[in-house]
Ligand binder design. Structure first.
Ligand SMILES: OC[C@H]1O[C@H](O[C@H]2O[C@H](CO)[C@@H](O)[C@H](O)[C@H]2O)[C@H](O)[C@@H](O)[C@@H]1O
Length: 594
């Protein structure tokens, strides 16, 4: 059953991203931004929904593929009876317009290569009008225009609403294709030189990767994760998408299919932590500035996610014409969770601003004012039930992790005041809130009989987010309740060596049908909790196992099906990759940071 989610490779230009399959087909690409409608949507449908394949005639999947070391430049190679050919895919740093470059290179013998470009704007639904101009092709429909050209020029012809080509490459010969998007009412942007763009791309990525401070085991996996996180950052604003895809299923054939092409405060603050820890201050600063712009206004209006430029309305709807990845419908655009109350986000934001300051990012004058405003809102809001960090769509509850993070918000705000007499704030009131939340969580969110914290007040269910209790400092790692929680979470949520985030069987909490895979970041959290508790060997073994489930290119989706050995959910996902970076640093960072 080709393709599996892990059969895809990521390419991108820090404003959008594409997925390339092992068959040489670009099956997902949104232009010009991550959250724009896709012009290649075969990922969630069939080839009639748009794709661009370049591969040797008659060949199916590539023989091998790899990123060029420390870059986002992908090489896919096919060995054929006639010879060997390589296709190099990348998206150069954007100047005027987004370009997707595909360079075909003969490595051995003489190979006949075929191209098939099927552009379908608006998520695979609009067939553009394609015309030839100066030997190049231009596809136009409504607001979108795409220009295709090649070096040297290759003959193309139209058939079945697609642009076809066939050409021969001899050993040492190169043919480059450049696909450029621009708004259809504007003049065509300047053409780039694909070969110069390749050299520049390789150089830029390598220079960026060289800044990584981590020198420990699995450095390649850490660098790949950092490159992926960087690729998920929308460079013009600093916003970070949770993943570049929508609706890759959390259960094959199921309905748990969501649009992740937005900036979640939770995912992004945690990404910021990983970037800071690995030495990437510039990116962290740019996200911090995005955050301050996005949350400006009434703290009661704080959203749990925003668009890439801080947009607030992200209405959710379904694309009825797309059948979904292997029939996993519906395909959704937008995300209804934008309207949810998730109390943890306040803690994450205040914690990340504290961390940013501690890491030496230059302070912004209104940073403290934002934190005070958030605290004032949280002072009463923390008592409300919410949707929790998993954004469940059932009745709101008193989720323990949400309350713990409300404690984090108060704790960081109190410490800031204690450490800096020039800051103004309600020290007494915030201290009182901090103590009250702590007391309440330890009373109502803790099951003394089983010696474990629980998913929500009074429940018997557990939740993997409870593993973060020692990491955020709510209780020390040697507290018997922390140790009990780790054991209970492992016993309850273990899934063939990995962890589920919670049990999907409690339909009042999570009313959606069907289960899901193991949630990858939760297993990273377990490795960190074990490490904090001194269970070093177990932590390291789990980390090794987690690194081992990334695909051949080092990429991780949101979830993993350990029974079938398959990745699940949106891909690649920031959450999983920041988990990998954070865990490597936690387990080996002290010994190895250079
Ligand atoms: O579980 C239902 C929810 O699933 C999605 O949320 C998940 O993704 C977010 C982005 O990575 C993450 O922050 C959250 O913790 C995850 O549960 C989906 O976006 C929601 O709409 C949906 O209700």
């Amino acid at each position: 059953m080709y393709p599996h989610i892990e059969d895809y490779a990521l390419i991108g230009d820090e404003q959008t991203a594409g997925l390339v399959g092992r068959d040489g087909s670009v099956d997902w690409l949104c232009l010009p931004r991550f959250d724009s409608p896709a012009c290649f949507a075969r990922l969630l449908g069939g080839q009639e929904n748009g794709h661009w394949r370049i591969a040797p005639r008659g060949a199916r999947l590539c023989t091998r593929r790899a990123y060029r070391t420390d870059t986002l430049v992908l090489d896919s190679e096919w060995d054929t009876p006639e010879g060997t050919v390589r296709v190099t895919d990348f998206m150069p740093q954007r100047d005027q317009a987004p370009d997707l470059v595909r360079i075909v290179e003969g490595l051995d013998g003489r190979v006949i290569v075929r191209g098939e470009l099927r552009l379908r704007f608006d998520y695979g639904s609009i067939v553009p009008w394609v015309r030839r101009t100066n030997g190049h092709r231009v596809a136009v429909a409504g607001p979108d225009a795409v220009w295709l050209r090649s070096h040297p020029p290759v003959r193309t012809w139209g058939k079945d609403f697609a642009t076809h080509s066939e050409f021969t490459v001899d050993k040492g010969e190169k043919v480059a294709f450049v696909l450029t998007w621009y708004p259809s009412h504007q003049p065509r942007p300047d053409l780039i030189d694909p070969f110069e763009a390749l050299d520049a791309s390789v150089e830029d990525w390598r220079a960026w990767a060289a800044r990584c401070r981590y020198r420990g085991p699995h450095r390649d996996a850490v660098v790949r994760s950092l490159i992926t996180l960087k690729a998920l950052t929308y460079a013009p604003t600093g916003g970070i998408v949770a993943a570049p895809t929508t609706s890759l299923p959390e259960l094959m054939g199921g309905v748990r299919n969501w649009d992740y092409r937005y900036s979640w405060l939770r995912d992004s603050t945690l990404t910021l932590g990983a970037l800071l820890a690995a030495g990437y201050l510039e990116e962290a600063e740019s996200w911090r500035d995005w955050l301050l712009r996005a949350v400006a206004g009434d703290p009661a209006d704080l959203q749990i996610m925003y668009g890439l430029s801080g947009e607030r309305r992200l209405p959710e709807y379904e694309l009825s014409w797309l059948p979904g990845f292997h029939g996993s419908a519906p395909v959704r655009v937008g995300n209804e969770a934008v309207k949810q109350l998730q109390l943890d986000v306040y803690g994450e934001v205040i914690d990340s601003l504290t961390l940013a300051q501690r890491s030496g990012l230059p302070a912004k004058p209104h940073m403290w004012r934002v934190q005070c405003a958030l605290m004032e809102f949280l002072r009463t809001a923390w008592r409300q039930p919410d949707q929790g960090l998993w954004e469940v769509r059932g009745t709101p509850r008193h989720f323990v992790y949400s309350k713990v993070m409300a404690w984090v918000a108060a704790d960081r705000a109190v410490r800031a005041l204690e450490g800096n007499p020039r800051l103004e704030g309600d020290l007494k009131g915030w201290r009182a809130m901090r103590d009250e939340v702590h007391r309440e969580v330890c009373e109502r969110g803790y099951d003394a009989e089983r010696n474990t914290f629980t998913q929500y007040y009074g429940s018997r269910s557990l939740d993997a987010s409870l593993l973060l209790i020692p990491r955020v400092g709510f209780l020390p790692p040697d507290d018997h309740r922390v140790r009990g929680t780790i054991d209970a979470v492992c016993a309850d949520l273990a899934h063939h060596g990995f962890l589920r985030r919670y049990s999907t069987e409690d339909s009042e909490v999570d009313p959606l049908p069907g289960g899901e895979g193991a949630f990858i970041v939760c297993s990273f959290w377990l490795a960190q909790a074990l490490h904090q508790c001194g269970r070093i060997q177990e932590a390291r073994e789990l980390f090794e196992r987690l690194v081992g489930i990334s695909n051949d290119l080092g990429l991780l989706a949101e979830e993993y099906d350990p029974v079938n050995g398959r990745q699940l959910g949106n891909f690649p996902q920031a959450f999983s990759h920041l988990g990998l970076v954070g865990t490597a640093l936690a387990l080996y960072g002290d010994e190895t940071a250079g």
